[in-house]
Design a protein around this ligand. Structure first.
Ligand code: ADP
Ligand code: ZN
Ligand code: ZN
Length: 820
């Protein structure tokens, strides 16, 4: 008999896979891509994923035995493992880190995993064995237990198989998964089975049940509660039923077993909705028809196709058509949206169209749990469509045929922390290539990288320039704040043009959206007289004010200078930090327009689902006159009565210290502007700025996306920024500024020795200290075209070496490939 070994991925940030030995008795059961329980470190147990089964003992250590096999079938597909491997190579992180992000945390178990009783668990212990019962009871009493503690309760070392069953039966849930779970919870409802909905069948059942009076009573109670004989029967909760009938759960169960009742889970307050998909789609308009034709051709010919359609051109309808075509071929659709929390309107719209053949993955507004979606996705009859934010890329979809990335320019597709710091749009392209699936990227304002790929012919390109229903794009004006300040015409942060337009709109009972971007975490300096903002002499970006050094510096090239006391442009003395937030705006508005109903939508005001949705529905119902908000309001909201959009200050976006600042400002302004004038009349947009002639503002006014791209590409090429290069950002973090700077200089020297002038920095970032750790950045610019695999391997080797140097052991190195 052979001795088998397995290379496993541990749910830890380890740079390699570890090899364990398979007890001979398990030779027949061991399979790749299943989880096994292994010991790692002194006494800690982990669920680890088998990447490979082979017969080669490790060279440099004695292999330990695996303790147990957790799954009797693989929990991911071979293509997914391949995808993980690509991600780990490309984004320079470990397989363990990829796995931790990819699997719902209920599937990544360790001795430290904390379990809680599942909030939906109805207290029915009857199907649990003795040990499971013991653990569930302990969970109910103590609320939280680690696997370690469960192991002590049971007096046995291996508890993961048991925990696995409890999770699958929805008795227990990991604390992490619970955090992601949206409440109000799913509720179990009961209804008559389809056959019993026929009067004669029901009558038969009544007769049969005469021998089981208690069950009969339950059935009668159901009929009564639901008003089944009336025109409008109402849904009945399982708990409501057995309590009203003074029965036990077992009696309800018997009725289910006898085929009288069926139990179904549905979100409280939404039951009945979206039961069946509404497959009657709108007839497409002529522009959509044409685009659909072109899309079909491009999707077949190109690995990726970009749909560039102005706001409200009906892109979603095109996605739905293409998704349907894909499903008809027996394939599956992955639909990625930027922040699912902010796309409830869209998700509901799609839910209506795809019904329960669509799964919604991971969101605080969502009814399903990650583990649940995962398990159903793995089942033979998985979903047709799975929609969600970036991590949805990891859901098993064996028949993947199409990936749609909606609003592909959105920065939230990039994961910042923790590793893997992947970009979901770019990763989607790779995932699709593994499955030979099609990729459709859509946006009104595509990312420059994407657009460039379309221009060079690498991606297909389809444009729609007309809004649905021939609604006109809004008219855009700019108000010159320098003048307004000089003439003392400002009312708080409103210039005369915006103020007047707001008065008119309120008069006409039209709605207003005001946009105030809060991204400017580091205040810029501005001359109050002429609007001058200090710029880096080497880069096309503005300098950042560093508080602790009282200095201006460029966080891309390291150029720095003192804060000037007089303005070099006009000689003025009033150089001030610029900045005001949405909260201040809201306050000012309530004084300026005391009768208006004002709402503010930003992170602070929408922490829970209800406030966000209430704000949306109030606005939709016309109960709000002015909505003030951050980027949140730019996200695909579809409002009919908005006649005016105000952008309070274009300047701080434009001067954000980043080479992408112009591009992003364009995206933001164009997207916010897109909220105006959706149905009745041409909307109006007013942009306030100290630089009304700014190139980007002009491009927004002219709706000249292509012109913006053309200009930006010139600058990107000149300074060798993406898309002409790829950037790897290395951030060093340590409690001591001096030590951290030492380390950064040392590392930069080492890297220069190998990579020469591709290394930039070290540079102290604008926020030099976060949570008591000082930061230093080193940038590596790699060429775009050649494969950088070899360079990356060398880079990792150098970094590994550096990590070992005794002086800098405690310095944390964070690697970010393609940072945003
Ligand atoms: P986009 O995603 O391009 O901003 P949407 O797909 O949200 O545009 O469409 C904008 C609005 O137009 C939505 O309210 C949508 O329901 C409506 N719409 C789009 N296409 C059609 C169509 N062919 N028939 C009827 N309504 C449509
Ligand atoms: Zn000045
Ligand atoms: Zn610079």
């Amino acid at each position: 008999m052979v001795t088998l070994f397995v290379d496993v991925i541990l749910p830890l940030p380890l740079n390699r896979l570890y090899t364990y030995r398979v007890p001979r008795g398990l030779n027949d059961q061991i399979q790749e891509r299943t989880r096994v329980v292994v010991q790692f470190g002194k006494s800690k147990l982990y669920s680890a994923l088998v990447a490979r089964v082979h017969e080669h003992p490790p060279q440099d250590y004695q292999a330990k035995y695996i303790d147990e096999i957790l799954d009797d079938a693989p929990i991911i597909y071979p293509e997914q493992l391949k995808f993980w491997e690509w991600m780990s190579d490309y984004y320079l992180c470990s397989m363990g880190e990829v796995m931790l992000s990819a699997l719902p945390s209920g599937l990544n178990l360790s001795s430290q995993t904390i379990l809680q009783i599942h909030p939906d668990f109805d207290g029915d212990f009857s199907e649990l064995n003795d040990k499971e019962y013991l653990v569930s009871e302990a969970l109910e009493n103590q609320e939280k237990l680690t696997l370690q503690e469960i192991s002590e309760i049971l007096g046995q070392k291996t508890v993961m198989p048991l925990v696995k069953r409890l999770i699958e039966q929805k008795v227990a849930i990991s604390e992490e998964d619970l955090k992601l779970k949206y409440k109000p919870q799913m509720v179990d409802w009961v209804r008559l089975t389809p056959s019993c909905q026929q009067e004669e069948v029901l009558q038969e059942k009544f007769d049969e049940l005469s021998r089981a009076p208690k069950q009969l009573e339950v059935l009668m109670t159901y009929i009564k509660l639901s008003g089944w004989h009336t025109a409008n029967p109402k849904p009945v909760k399982k708990t409501e039923l057995y309590q009203a009938a003074e029965a036990s759960l077992a009696q309800v169960k018997s009725l289910v077993e006898k085929g009288v009742l069926e139990v179904y889970a549905e979100e409280l307050g939404r039951v009945g909705e979206f039961e069946d998909a509404d497959e009657t789609d709108f007839p497409l308009n002529e522009h959509q028809e044409k685009a659909l034709e072109e899309l079909r051709i491009n999707l077949n010919e190109k690995p990726v196709t970009l749909l560039h359609g102005v706001t409200s051109s009906g892109k979603t309808e095109l996605y739905i058509q293409l998704a349907r075509e894909c499903i008809r071929q027996g394939k599956q659709v992955l639909y990625l949206v930027p922040e699912i929390a902010l796309t409830t309107q869209l998700v509901n719209r799609l839910k209506h169209r795809f019904g329960n053949r669509m799964g919604v993955y991971h969101s605080r507004f969502n009814v399903n749990e990650r583990v649940e979606i995962w398990n159903r996705a793995l089942a033979d009859d998985g979903y047709d469509v799975v929609i969600g934010a970036r991590s949805t890329l990891f859901v098993p979809m064996p028949r993947l045929g199409l990936i749609i990335v909606d609003e592909e320019h959105e920065t939230s597709f990039k994961q910042f922390d923790p590793a893997p710091r992947y970009h979901a749009r770019d990763s989607a392209v790779v995932l699709a290539s593994i499955y030979k699936a099609q990729v459709l990227l859509g946006s009104a304002t595509p990312a420059i990288e994407t657009y460039r790929n379309a221009q060079t012919g690498k991606f297909g390109l389809v444009s729609v320039k007309k809004r649905h229903g021939n609604i006109q794009l809004p008219e855009i004006f700019v108000d010159d704040l320098t003048k307004a300040y000089k003439r003392k015409e400002m009312k708080a942060n409103l210039g005369p043009m915006l103020f007047q337009a707001m008065e008119e709109a309120l008069e006409n009972k039209e709605q207003i959206i005001l946009f105030r971007n809060r991204r400017g975490f580091s205040p810029t300096l501005r001359c109050q007289t002429c609007g001058w903002v200090p710029q880096c002499k080497n880069c096309d970006i503005s300098l950042t004010y560093h508080k602790y050094r009282d200095q201006l510096s460029c966080h891309y090239c390291g150029f720095h200078q003192h804060v000037p006391h007089t303005c070099p442009a006009c000689g003025g003395h009033e150089i001030k930090l610029a900045g005001f937030g949405t909260e201040r705006v809201e306050e000012d508005l309530s004084l300026l327009f005391p009768k208006a109903r004002i709402a503010r939508m930003d992170l602070d005001t929408t922490r829970n689902k209800n406030s966000y949705q209430r704000m949306l529905s109030d606005f939709e119902a016309g109960d709000t006159d002015i909505l003030v908000g951050t980027q949140m309001i730019t996200k695909g909201l579809d409002f009919d009565r908005v006649s005016l959009v105000g952008i309070l200050s274009a300047d701080n976006m434009l001067h954000y210290p980043d080479f992408r600042a112009f591009e992003r400002s364009y995206h933001l302004m164009a997207q916010v502007a897109g909220r105006a004038g959706r149905k009745n009349k041409r909307g109006k947009v007013i942009i306030q700025s100290f630089e009304p002639e700014h190139f980007i503002i002009r491009k927004v006014i002219d709706n000249d996306y292509e012109g913006m791209v053309k200009d930006q590409l010139v600058h990107r090429r000149q300074f060798n920024y993406p898309p002409y290069s790829r950037i790897v950002l290395i951030t060093l973090k340590h409690r001591s500024r001096e030590l951290n700077q030492d380390a950064a200089r040392q590392l930069a020297r080492i890297l220069r020795g190998r990579f020469g002038d591709r290394i930039l920095g070290p540079e102290t970032p604008a926020i030099a200290r976060i949570r008591n750790l000082y930061h230093e950045n080193i940038l590596i610019k790699l060429s775009r075209d050649s494969s950088n695999a070899q360079l990356k391997i060398e880079l990792l080797e150098l970094l590994d070496e550096f990590r070992k140097s005794p002086n800098y052991k405690a310095v944390r190195l964070v690697i970010n490939v393609d940072p945003l």
